[in-house]
Design a protein around this ligand. Structure first.
Ligand code: C2E
Ligand code: CA
Ligand code: CA
Ligand code: CA
Length: 274
């Protein structure tokens, strides 16, 4: 009984702390949106055969905090603030792409993360192309990674949104494939051309035969569907070799390159090009 009550108060305190944190995030987030207090980290994605960089993923950072996107993006979605954040982000990556062009760096497609919640917004597609047009960019400058935080409702509408992007040449990846809501149904129904295998499978390559079997099966399936496969969470040389041997065309992870601020990325990229 004692320990039962202890447990209860542990959970209730944890829940209260969680609710308080959400409340703080919610309050601070609107200030941050107003003050443009976000920045992006850029992480390279490589072709595992040639070793060449093929694109770069933009990861959202809340400046001057240690609160990661996994904590604040769901709050931004639940409160409807994600639209404002996403609008800022689109302009930011479009400007970044144009800045690389102006610096005579070979521009790289920038992949952005879009949650299914953002796809509910009827304005999303128009805003996407407006941001590109404003910066004078072609549709293949920005790629979309579809990340899921909730099960997808109104799938027909979302297929429509994604098809509008696809038909104009935007690359769409299904993120975190194999986990949570990122399932075979989506692979079958959504107009995607790339699959990112979740790092929980990639980490186990070489030591966990189940991860190995699942990764191999995802690669075979994707190949039959004509989709590219990206291994995420490549943290060691051994993982890299296993991912490559299993047929993953692309890879991303701390072993290859970490997410970097845009200045650090510039410096890293120049060195890489030399
Ligand atoms: P994700 O799209 O799967 O992004 C990859 C996450 O794995 C990033 O964490 C990245 O820093 C981390 N990562 C990269 N390489 C490695 C590795 O080798 N090992 C390990 N352990 N981790 C690695 P981050 O930046 O904290 O992002 C977490 C998630 O937050 C993202 O997962 C994505 O779902 C979401 N997110 C990030 N930025 C945005 C955004 O702008 N909009 C939306 N809607 N979601 C975002
Ligand atoms: Ca992603
Ligand atoms: Ca992912
Ligand atoms: Ca994720």
């Amino acid at each position: 009984k004692q320990s039962g009550r202890g447990q209860y108060s542990f959970y209730s305190r944890a829940l209260a702390a969680d609710a308080r944190l959400k409340h703080i995030i919610e309050h601070k987030l609107s200030e941050t949106i107003r003050d443009k207090g976000f920045h992006l980290a850029y992480q390279p994605i490589f072709d595992l055969t040639s070793g060449e960089i093929v694109s770069v993923e933009a990861l959202l950072r809340w400046s001057d905090t240690n609160i990661g996107p996994e904590q604040f993006v769901p709050v931004a979605e639940a409160t409807g603030m994600i639209g404002a954040v996403g609008g800022w982000l689109l302009d930011e990556v479009a400007d970044q792409y144009a800045a690389w062009q102006n610096m005579n760096l070979p521009p790289l497609p920038i992949a952005i993360n879009i949650s299914v919640v953002e796809l509910r917004d009827h304005e999303f597609v128009d805003r996407f192309f407006e941001s590109l047009a404003k910066a004078g960019l072609p549709p293949d400058a920005i790629q979309v990674e579809l990340t899921e935080t909730t099960a997808m409702d109104d799938i027909e509408f979302k297929i429509g949104q994604l098809s509008k992007l696809r038909s104009r040449g935007v690359t769409i990846a299904l993120d975190d494939f194999g986990t949570g809501h990122s399932s075979l149904t989506y692979l079958a129904r959504l107009p995607v051309n790339k699959v990112k295998i979740d790092k929980s499978f990639i980490t186990g390559l070489g030591s966990n035969s189940v991860s190995q079997t699942i990764t191999g099966a995802i690669v075979a399936l994707s190949r039959n569907l004509g989709l590219d496969v990206v291994a995420e969470g490549v943290e060691t040389q051994s993982t890299l070799e296993h991912a490559r041997a299993l047929g993953c065309q692309q890879g991303q992870g701390f072993h290859l390159a970490r997410p970097m601020t845009c200045d650090d990325f510039d410096a890293w990229y120049r060195k890489y090009l030399r």
